[in-house]
Design a protein around this ligand. Structure first.
Ligand code: SAM
Length: 283
């Protein structure tokens, strides 16, 4: 889709020191000399090049966007890794590689795995035998957390219940409107995704939640923790896995009276957030 700049996301990823340093640390701990590595969704090529610098024998840098592939080729050559890193301009869900890989780096993560293609991409690579059971997967686990609460969705005198991407740096800076979210219930682990196994894209969960404060729930905060590997974990950073504040159909909760909610959606990219819903299960 040609709606936004091609280079904006990989550029923000590159500038996000917290995110990229964490990946650099995890790559240093996980990638071994002589490994064959796949960087799925390579963008600027930073992760592919870090893996090459770590001693990988061969790195496949797969990027779907032709405009980015040209820059990627140049970045690889400029850094002297043209003999190690092979740029493949293709959709990682349909790409063919000549060999299976020892390590797959897949930073196609959005909060709860909803809005990017992490799950279908890894499933497809596994189905093709490019990612095998013994392949080290980075990130290898994602913990999805849910908090029910209350939010004011009024903007400039208008009622606009709109999904809010609550990136940490937007919260910190006074130039952005504050979006105070008041949690009414304790934070619940909605799912733990083992990214080393095939995963169902469809989400349909029933969760038990305990309210701590009585009131009207009208929003949900989605957050999460990615386990990159080698003991490195990553929560929300300015360009990775930021909290999402989503409007939901309002319902009343009473402190101390547990309730159940049904969570439905898709971990399949293409507007996973748009198809996401939380509703109270009648008791
Ligand atoms: C979040 S960025 C990460 C870029 C880079 N790996 C990094 O860590 O800085 C995700 C990248 O994946 C690419 N991408 C998205 N869907 C893809 C697909 N189906 N196949 C290959 N690349 C894809 C995007 O164009 C983008 O460059």
């Amino acid at each position: 889709m040609d709606y936004f700049s091609h280079s904006e996301v990989p550029s923000l990823c590159l500038r996000d020191r917290q995110r990229t340093e964490a990946f650099r640390e995890a790559i240093a701990r996980v990638v071994r000399s002589g490994d064959v590595v796949l960087d799925a969704g390579s963008g600027s090529g930073v992760l592919a090049l870090l893996a090459a610098r770590q001693g990988a024998r061969q790195v496949f840098a797969v990027e779907v966007d032709p405009a980015l592939c040209d820059t990627l080729e140049r970045n690889v050559a400029t850094n002297g890794y043209a003999g190690v890193v092979q740029v493949i301009c293709a959709d990682v869900r349909t790409v063919d590689l000549p060999v299976a890989v020892d390590v797959v780096l897949a930073e196609m993560i959005e909060t709860w795995l909803l809005d990017e293609l992490q799950v279908p991409a890894l499933n497809a690579l596994r189905a093709k035998g490019i990612v095998r059971p013994q392949t080290r997967v980075m990130p290898h686990q994602y913990d999805a957390l849910l908090t029910l609460g209350q939010m004011d969705f009024r903007f400039y005198g208008l009622e606009l219940p709109f999904p809010i991407h609550d990136w940490p740096d937007l919260v910190d800076q006074a130039v952005w409107l504050p979006m105070p979210f008041q949690p009414l219930c304790e934070t619940t682990t909605a799912f733990t995704a083992d990214l080393t196994t095939p995963l169902d894209s469809a989400l349909d969960l029933t969760l038990a939640v305990t309210p701590q404060i009585s009131g009207t729930v009208n929003a949900v905060c989605l957050s999460g923790l990615a386990h990159l590997g080698g003991g490195v974990t990553l929560g929300a950073t300015p360009a990775f896995n930021g909290n999402k504040l989503l409007p939901i159909e309002p319902f009343e909760v009473v402190a101390g009276q547990p309730l159940r909610v049904r969570v439905t959606g898709s971990r399949g990219g293409s507007s996973g957030l748009g198809r996401f819903a939380v509703a109270r299960v009648p008791s």
